[in-house]
Design a protein around this ligand. Structure first.
Ligand SMILES: Nc1ncnc2c1ncn2[C@@H]1O[C@H](COP(=O)(O)OP(=O)(O)O)[C@@H](O)[C@H]1O
Ligand SMILES: [Mg+2]
Length: 627
């Protein structure tokens, strides 16, 4: 929350250098909302005219009732005329009902339309955000803003706006109509209404604060549910169900308290405002009855006033209710605006250059990188390295040495400073994201599978109508084809959320197949085969040799065997290049790489694989010399 608020302020000061007063978050949010309203103004224009006509009919009904009653009392008016007045009443009621339906429909449609547009915009916006955004924001919180808060905004625009805009028109119409009988009585009738402003001011501010608090609690709870479900395996493995339930109960209690607090205030609103017409009517009767006795006023008029008091009760209560809708909607819009105001940290720049095709040369020039700007230790420092187009690079090193970070920088998943990373000699920050990323396929260390069919997961980066053979060819290259035969529905098997139906190795090979299917210029494999057994890895590698030809390839691996055939290899240690060269050179050097190679060979031997890899004896001999 504080992070977002800071960002919000930052964007404001940047975009609006000269505003008279400091812009409050609510006002910023409402200004954003007004853009959507203006875009849909045709709805509101038609609606306005319909409401004016509706108001006329709404107020003509009590007048007609009074008129019919006066006719009944008056001996000079014929019975037929009275009946005709009654028919007029029925006609007015029917037309009024139809208009009421029409105006409501119109406003609710408009509200749905705006809701739809905002939801699309939030989603687009979230998709543009870099990964670092998702390190800060919790999933449940984002979900809650997209669903609950947006719903409150829709209520603001639907019933809220309807009543706030319609009620004054109805009241003015009613005042004019009542004045035709007696200006004095009409004034008495509306005198209590200014109290409404006082009530809504006092209660409104409280409502806003309580809504914001309730919505925050709801977000926390959503987050807890989301995490408990996503991490259900861990929860069960550690038998933490009870603790998790306690934590949930606490969040739920918190939410209930805040919701009840909110309900109390928002229920007080219509209850108090509903009294206003009754007070008005009391005063009208008190002053009006003597006027009938003196003949100054006809009985029908008093009937009409009674009916006005009754028909105005509902709009008045609605107005009270809508104050709470407005406050709730405004605080919800503020929360939505908070997200929409965060400019994506990684986006196309204005000086980005047009490139038709990326050849695939990658160069790091003294690159340093740290996660966040809070003085944390650098994940990579002073890294210089050139990978010519069409060649391959292996990256090995201990856990936490920065291998994954190096891989993720190439498709610009994290922001690097200018002048440090070049693709085809162009600063990566100047290449359009779509060009860059369509040239690169990366299999991240913890690859994500969607809860779709295996087929859809492999073909994720392809056009929807891509031929099936293309997908099957990619699967075969990733050595996934045999496994598919054992799956219940072959390629159409649903893999479950995050691919839970598959083994770790199968998941990794599915992710590999997905990358191979898009035929990228640059292929990045981040420890892709760590869960695949050594034998299968060997088979995949034989297959990959053909796949690698003609592409720039980066293979991050923990096993030396995965990189030994590659054109050049770097060994990372604490974010720096410790060693660099070909497999043979590095072995000859007898350093960290050679030690790793020896360890892994021994391990493989212990497991029964006789390490029939090239020159293993030579390797040992060299390491023996080196150490
Ligand atoms: N998202 C992140 N936020 C902050 N620090 C990170 C993040 N990812 C990795 N790191 C840190 O950066 C360093 C390098 O991590 P990583 O590139 O994942 O190493 P490797 O892939 O070699 O195991 C580690 O110290 C790790 O703690
Ligand atoms: Mg890693």
């Amino acid at each position: 929350m504080s992070v977002a608020a800071k960002t919000l302020d930052a964007t404001e000061t940047e975009t609006e250098t000269e505003t008279e007063t400091e812009d409050s978050p609510v006002r910023h949010a409402l200004r954003r909302l007004s853009v959507y309203l203006r875009r849909n103004r045709r709805y509101y224009l038609i609606w306005f005219f319909a409401v004016v006509i509706y108001s006329g009919i709404f107020n003509a009904i009590p007048l007609t009732v009074g008129w019919a009653i006066d006719g009944l009392i008056d001996a000079e008016v014929s019975a037929e005329t009275v009946v005709r007045r009654c028919w007029l009443l029925v006609g007015l009621a029917v037309v009024g009902g139809a208009l009421r339906f029409f105006t409501r429909q119109l406003v609710f449609d408009a509200a749905r339309e705006v809701e739809y547009e905002i939801r699309n915009d939030i989603f687009d916006h979230l998709q543009k955000q870099p990964q670092s955004f998702y390190f800060k924001w919790r999933t449940g919180d984002l979900m809650s803003r997209c669903v609950n808060d947006l719903n409150s905004v829709r209520l603001l625009l639907g019933p809220g706006l309807l009543s706030v805009a319609q009620s004054p028109i109805l009241f003015i119409g009613a005042f004019v109509a009542m004045s035709t009988y007696s200006v004095k009585l009409a004034t008495l009738m509306v005198i209590p209404y200014p109290l409404f402003i006082v009530i809504s001011r006092v209660i409104g501010a409280r409502l806003f604060r309580r809504s914001l608090a309730a919505q925050q609690s709801l977000a926390s709870m959503s987050n807890l549910v989301q995490e408990s479900i996503a991490g259900i395996g861990v929860v069960k493995a550690y038998a933490m169900e009870r603790d998790q339930a306690d934590r949930f109960a606490e969040a739920n209690d918190h939410l209930r308290e805040r919701q009840i607090g909110l309900v109390r205030v928002s229920a007080a609103m219509p209850a108090m405002t509903g009294l206003l017409p009754a007070v008005g009517l009391g005063m009208v009767l008190y002053a009006g009855l003597p006027m009938i006795a003196t003949g100054e006023l006809k009985a029908g008029a008093l009937f009409a006033f009674t009916i006005y008091a009754r028909v105005l009760t509902f709009p008045t209560m609605m107005m009270g209710y809508s104050v709470s809708l407005l406050q709730r909607g405004a605080s919800a819009m503020q929360r939505i605006d908070e997200i929409l105001s965060i400019e994506p940290a990684i986006a196309d720049r204005e000086d980005s250059v047009e490139i038709d095709e990326i050849a695939g040369e990658i160069e790091f020039r003294g690159l340093s990188f740290a996660y966040g700007d809070d003085g944390r230790e650098r994940a990579l420092s002073d890294l210089s390295l050139k990978v010519p187009a069409g060649t391959s690079l292996g990256v090995v090193g201990p856990v936490g040495s920065g291998k994954s970070t190096l891989a993720a920088l190439i498709p610009r998943l994290h922001e690097v400073d200018a002048g440090q990373l070049f693709i085809d000699g162009i600063d990566v920050n100047q290449i359009q994201l779509s060009t860059l990323r369509s040239a690169i396929a990366m299999v991240p260390q913890d690859s994500f599978l969607f809860s779709l069919s295996l087929h859809a997961n492999i073909g994720y980066g392809l056009a929807p109508d891509a031929p099936r053979e293309e997908i099957e060819r990619a699967a075969a290259r990733a050595r996934l084809a045999q496994d598919v035969e054992d799956l219940p529905h072959g390629y159409d098997t649903l893999v479950g959320e995050r691919g839970v139906m598959l083994s770790g190795g199968q998941r990794q090979r599915t992710a590999l197949a997905r990358a191979l299917a898009v035929d990228p210029r640059i292929l990045i494999l981040d420890d892709t085969l760590s869960s695949v057994d050594a034998e299968t890895e060997r088979q995949i590698q034989a297959e990959l040799a053909a796949v690698f030809a003609g592409r720039t390839v980066i293979v991050v691996a923990s096993r030396v065997n995965s990189v030994r055939e590659l054109d050049q290899i770097v060994v990372l240690e604490e974010g720096r290049i410790a060693e660099q060269g070909s497999h043979d050179e590095l072995i000859a050097k007898g350093g960290l790489y050679a030690r790793l190679a020896l360890e892994q060979e021994e391990e493989a031997r212990r497991e029964g694989h006789t390490g029939e890899t090239l020159g293993s004896d030579a390797t040992r001999a060299m390491v023996g010399e080196g150490v």
